[in-house]
Design a protein around this ligand. Structure first.
Ligand code: SAM
Length: 227
């Protein structure tokens, strides 16, 4: 499909998510209009890039459905200049959407996204897609167990976990800055709820339960040990 064809499909999907009330800020609307999801979807499934559905990216993993990306990005309440940690790079698409908001092109505020993936081949593919889409200067992809966080660049203004955890990993709470927000699916292996976690200025933690969701497992020391 031609570039213009994808753009038209992208616009139609984003405007539908706005109409459905899933996208409710101009920031998230703009970011999702700008990031080419088709670049992050394997060629075999590219024609479905603007269906509102998760798609396989290999190794038993998925790129999340656009409505889930929108919902989680809205819940993060991102601001330009923030430092964000993502656990579960997958395709790299969610990281690019976040980068569009915290570090838009030409911004002098030096926002940045650190994203961790446990499967090296996926991390490498995500790096290439982020490069192709023009985000490699604003997104750092790390290979490792993201349930441990990434202490090297902590603390983070925002943390997003895009794999399902049995409970909130303690290292992620430690690495969240005072005043920070974390969005994380928590629950059983096949069904979870999105939790929105606020760390107040005095360090106390307040958790709100959001929408039911279904994510692949967070596999690691502070996630699921076996699956
Ligand atoms: N955010 C991704 C995107 O935009 O394509 C979708 C993420 S996919 C639903 C979940 C990803 O989390 C998978 O790629 C999986 O390998 C990864 N994952 C699972 N456990 C992990 C861990 N402990 N550390 C880092 N990545 C992990």
């Amino acid at each position: 499909m031609e570039r213009g064809g994808y753009e038209a499909l992208r616009t139609r999907l984003v405007e539908r998510l706005v109409k459905e009330g899933i996208i409710n800020s101009e920031k998230v609307r703009r970011a999702m209009l700008r990031v080419p999801r088709e670049v992050f979807v394997p060629p075999s499934h590219r024609r479905y890039a603007y269906e509102d559905t998760p798609l396989p990216i290999g190794f038993g993993q998925t790129i999340s459905a656009p409505h889930m990306v929108a919902l989680m990005t809205e819940a993060l309440r991102l601001e330009e200049g923030q430092k964000v940690l993502e656990i579960g790079t997958g395709s790299g698409y969610q990281a690019a959407v976040i980068a569009e908001i915290v570090a838009p092109e030409g911004s002098e505020k030096r926002g940045h996204v650190y994203t961790i993936e446990r499967i090296p081949e996926l991390a490498e593919r995500a790096r290439r897609s982020l490069e192709e889409a023009g985000y490699s200067d604003r997104v750092t992809v790390i290979v490792g167990d993201g349930s441990l966080g990434y202490p090297d660049a902590a603390p983070y203004d925002r943390i997003i976990v895009t794999a399902a955890a049995p409970e909130i990993p303690a290292p992620l709470l430690d690495q969240l800055a005072p005043g920070g927000i974390m969005v994380i699916p928590v629950g059983g292996r096949f069904f979870q709820r999105l939790l929105i976690v606020h760390k107040s200025r005095d360090g106390s933690i307040h958790t709100k339960e959001g929408t039911p969701c279904v994510f692949v497992p967070l596999v690691g020391k502070y996630g699921w040990r076996h699956f």
